[in-house]
Design a protein around this ligand. Structure first.
Ligand SMILES: *[C@@H]1O[C@H](CO)[C@@H](O)[C@H](O)[C@H]1NC(C)=O
Ligand SMILES: *[C@@H]1O[C@H](CO)[C@@H](O)[C@H](O)[C@H]1NC(C)=O
Ligand SMILES: *[C@@H]1O[C@H](CO)[C@@H](O)[C@H](O)[C@H]1NC(C)=O
Ligand SMILES: *[C@@H]1O[C@H](CO)[C@@H](O)[C@H](O)[C@H]1NC(C)=O
Length: 459
């Protein structure tokens, strides 16, 4: 045989081995994903999913506005003593407080394996996946930019570490997914600042805030990075399915990697995620803000109020760790820990809902004031942080400049989330109809049973 022929034969052999390996790998993946899906779907459907159970778990998908539900609804409904330890602030659930009633975290669904499942109701809010990716990028850059007060990365990291060990509180840097996204962005911003300083680069000619590489990682670079693949894309589906990079379930990492590798296996994950949404007590939509809030108040709020009013509610003998873990805001204590807001929320008597005659109407009113002050504070903070990387300025208007190619890529990378979101929209509109129906039935019996009905379209 001449050399070329030998070479060809060798190439063919390599291709064959490769193909059989790929086939074998796909087979392994398919088995892993299917086994996981079947065991997840095994659990029987709940008939009484509309009834609030003892423990409310708010599965908070990052950047969906869940924070307003936490501060402006749940903290007004539940006394601090009923919050599960470190709820919201810290990712890993600590089951040392068995009688807690409220858990709000970025944990994925797999945390329910640690909860009394039969006594737990789950609620969540979903957002348009493209907006969620934008918002994740913007928030990571915003929080990282706050560190630019420091002369260099070493000193910024050191100060952040000191702040965390000195205060007992938990900062954004302790919370998934920010504990990965922020340090990554922080290093990136410092590198870019270093380059600007050493080169004395002319100021950018770009007027697109999502593509100013002298100042921040461009959006197209962010979305195509392996870190974003690990924790941003299809993040809502993975969180609802219990398959995030932060899952409690050992096999979840293999299943997630398989689904990322072979897109066709995504259908199994969607099947599980949709079933989970079906079984939830409430699913809101970030886009339908007012209606979502109204339904939340009437479906969840009303039940919490009556549940906590029941005489057999035991509130004794629980400590206050939920609140005492909050400390003052240092330079690394961000969004998740605004002391002013938290202390304001906990100033309300701890048993307001139980003793006073709080109604759904009072709740809605308090919510609206709270939301507007929360939003104002957030936007001020954003403007202030982004000053450090001026001329970068994120806004809905600026988003319009992003090219179709980048948008298309975001869609491609978030195919599961796009489908799950469509599904959630259907669920939402059914939920909406049910609430309207309930309202019309009860309308003449008690006007107060469903409040803020003006927000709902006329029947
Ligand atoms: C970083 O800044 C600190 C001042 O906060 C300085 O002491 C240190 O030498 C700097 N490190 C480097 C590597 O430039
Ligand atoms: C940004 O620049 C492009 C061309 O360079 C221009 O078409 C566009 O109108 C500018 N947008 C803004 C908001 O200035
Ligand atoms: C989760 O993602 C981050 C960022 O890519 C990575 O550093 C970390 O190792 C991942 N964890 C797991 C369990 O895959
Ligand atoms: C907390 O929020 C309030 C607005 O309600 C704001 O005035 C205050 O500056 C915020 N605190 C921090 C540390 O961001």
């Amino acid at each position: 045989m001449d050399r070329t022929l030998k070479f060809c034969v060798l190439l063919m052999l390599v291709a064959l081995v490769n193909a059989s390996f790929t086939k074998h790998d796909f087979g392994r993946c398919e088995r892993a994903v299917r086994n996981w899906a079947y065991s997840s779907l095994d659990k029987e459907t709940r008939e009484d999913k509309h009834t609030l159970r003892d423990l409310l778990f708010f599965l908070h998908v990052p950047r969906t506005g869940g924070r307003t539900y936490f501060h402006c609804f749940l903290k007004k409904l539940y006394p601090g003593s009923l919050e599960c330890p470190r709820s919201y602030d810290k990712l890993r659930f600590d089951p040392s407080k068995p009688n807690c009633r409220l858990l709000v975290t970025h944990d994925d669904f797999s945390i329910t394996s640690k909860l009394p499942r039969e006594r737990t109701s789950v609620v969540t809010v979903l957002r348009d996946p493209i907006s969620r990716v934008f918002s994740t990028y913007e928030f990571a850059v915003e929080v990282a930019a706050r560190f630019l007060v420091h002369p260099n990365l070493t000193s910024a990291t050191r100060i952040a570490g000191l702040m965390r060990s000195r205060t007992k509180g938990v900062s954004t840097l302790d919370i998934w997914p920010w504990k990965y996204l922020v340090p990554w962005m922080r290093k990136d911003l410092f590198d870019r600042r270093g380059l600007r300083q050493s080169r004395g680069l002319p100021i950018t000619k770009s007027n697109d805030s999502y593509d100013m590489e002298e100042f921040a990682m461009p959006l197209h670079e962010f979305i195509n990075h392996p870190v974003a693949e690990d924790i941003v894309h299809n993040g809502a589906t993975f969180q609802v399915a219990g398959l995030t990079n932060n899952s409690y379930i050992a096999e979840s990492h293999e299943v997630r990697h398989c689904v990322q590798k072979y897109k066709i296996l995504g259908k199994y994950v969607l099947q599980v995620a949709k079933k989970r949404l079906d079984d939830m007590l409430y699913v809101g939509l970030t886009e339908e803000h007012k209606e979502s809030a109204t339904i939340f108040a009437n479906v969840v709020g009303a039940q919490v109020i009556s549940q906590l009013r029941e005489p057999n509610t035991s509130v004794t003998g629980v400590d206050n760790t939920g609140h005492s873990s909050l400390s003052n805001s240092g330079p690394d204590n961000y969004e998740h820990q605004n002391h002013t807001l938290d202390s304001r929320a906990s100033e309300t008597p701890s048993n307001e809902a139980t003793e006073s005659k709080m109604t759904v109407g009072d709740l809605m009113e308090a919510y609206e004031d709270c939301v507007s002050s929360l939003r104002k504070a957030q936007s001020q903070r954003r403007t202030f942080s982004l000053k450090r990387i001026s001329p970068v300025k994120f806004s809905t208007k600026a988003r319009l400049q992003v090219s179709d190619e980048v948008l298309q890529q975001i869609r491609f990378l978030n195919d599961l989330d796009l489908e799950l979101y469509e599904y959630a929209r259907e669920l939402f509109s059914n939920q909406h109809k049910n609430v309207l129906q309930k309202f019309t039935e009860e309308r003449w019996e008690s006007m107060s049973s469903l409040v803020n009905w003006k927000l709902l379209p006329s029947v």
